[in-house]
Design a protein around this ligand. Structure first.
Ligand SMILES: Cc1cc2nc3c(=O)[nH]c(=O)nc-3n(C[C@H](O)[C@H](O)[C@H](O)COP(=O)(O)O)c2cc1C
Length: 364
């Protein structure tokens, strides 16, 4: 039986355990470049024992950033900074993933520790905010421009170019971000997609852009590929779990290795029953009905809870976000609580439980 500390062979790699640092925006970049913050933040979580460490949503075009301070991967100059972080993550025996993203109608916004508002062009924002349709997220967000066919092709090409740069930076996993009300999710959901062309209306039309992106990325990205989705919009008339299952079957046929199952982010008045592991049932259902690996995320904080859901076969990976902000060493602490012996950074071995082994670099 698998447990939280069982390795997982997935795509081209073997993860040392099932614990993943969920993508988390740090709003600490300028012009998309990594800073010391990213190295220290992501590096600490690799040292802390996670099997896979994801960067935050990394914009495939500048206008696809949520805020001007987002990380980016839209030009070759971004590669060396990312490479340095990947190399450090590997030195800790972890694998490195990058989430490729386009913020769609939620772009050009203020950082979250400031009052919510649009960032104007004279303060680093941009006027060309794009979406499937000219429908804003809320009255505090920009009015987007509906993408025309050339714009849609450009989005697809930007994801592909970004995936090639991710390969050059040495990443092990690419995750296409199609969740949380950002561009690719906006195409999926009838609540944001009011198009009448071949990218709107029917289920097949609404998933078209995501499938095109994934197919095109798969052609240049030979390593492990994840897609993050919002399994439901939690809103009447929106994207839902049945459609997510059908989408997952299609993505499996496109060569996707894992569906990272989140939810929400499409509309403000969603009724979301948050609580420990509240999104697990979606990961479990997609895993069973689409017969694909899934990751689960959301309000997972307790080692026994995380271990149990792997043991129960409800998901294959557990992604943690806020709990890993509180404690970068959560995986090391979880191992001790669950009675597992794991590797520790050799520099920290004197603080480790008896029997802990020194960390080996992951050399690929
Ligand atoms: C500071 C912060 C930044 C986040 N940024 C991203 C992101 O870049 N991409 C993404 O898919 N989710 C992002 N999320 C959502 C998390 O990845 C995760 O899905 C969510 O926080 C629920 O998990 P948790 O309960 O373990 O925090 C972010 C969450 C936090 C707290």
């Amino acid at each position: 039986m698998s447990d939280l500390f069982a390795p997982l062979e997935i795509g081209t790699l073997t993860l040392r355990n099932r614990i993943v640092v969920s993508p988390m925006c740090q709003y600490s970049s300028e012009d998309g470049f990594t800073t010391d913050w990213h190295l220290v933040h992501l590096g600490a979580r690799a040292a802390g024992g996670a099997g896979l460490v994801f960067t935050e949503a990394s914009a495939v075009v500048p206008e696809g950033r949520i805020s001007p301070e987002d990380l980016g991967i839209w030009k070759a100059e971004h590669i060396p900074g990312l490479r340095r972080i990947v190399d450090f993550i590997h030195s800790q025996g972890a694998h490195a993933g990058i989430q490729l993203a386009h913020a769609g109608r939620k772009a050009s916004m203020q950082v979250p520790w400031q009052p919510e508002r649009v960032r104007e062009p004279n303060e680093g924002g941009w006027p060309n905010v794009m979406a499937p349709s000219a429908v804003p997220f809320s009255d505090k967000y920009p009015m987007p421009v509906a993408l025309d066919p050339a714009g849609i092709s450009a989005v697809r090409d930007a994801f592909v170019a970004a995936a090639s740069r991710a390969a050059a930076a040495g990443f092990d996993v690419v995750e296409v971000h199609a969740a949380h009300g950002y561009l690719l999710h906006e195409f999926l959901s009838p609540l944001a997609n009011r198009r009448t062309d071949s990218y709107g209306g029917s289920f097949g039309n609404r998933i078209r852009l995501l499938v095109e992106v994934v197919d095109a990325v798969r052609a240049v990205w030979q390593k492990t590929l994840f897609v993050r989705i919002s399994a439901t919009d939690w809103a009447e008339g929106g994207w839902d779990a049945d459609q997510s299952v059908e989408l997952a079957k299609t993505l499996k046929n496109c060569g996707v290795d894992l569906i990272d199952v989140s939810s929400g982010g499409m509309v403000l008045d969603a009724k979301i029953p948050v609580g420990p592991g509240f999104q697990v049932p979606f990961a479990e259902r997609i895993r069973r009905e689409a017969d694909i690996y899934t990751g689960t995320v959301g309000f997972i904080t307790d080692p026994a809870q995380a271990d149990q859901l792997i043991r129960n076969g409800q998901a294959d990976l557990v992604l943690l976000a806020r709990e890993l902000l509180r404690d970068p060493y959560w995986p090391l602490h979880a191992a001790a609580k669950l009675g597992k012996t794991v590797s520790w950074p050799k520099q920290y071995l004197r603080a480790a439980p008896a029997g802990s082994t020194p960390r080996q670099a992951d050399n690929r």
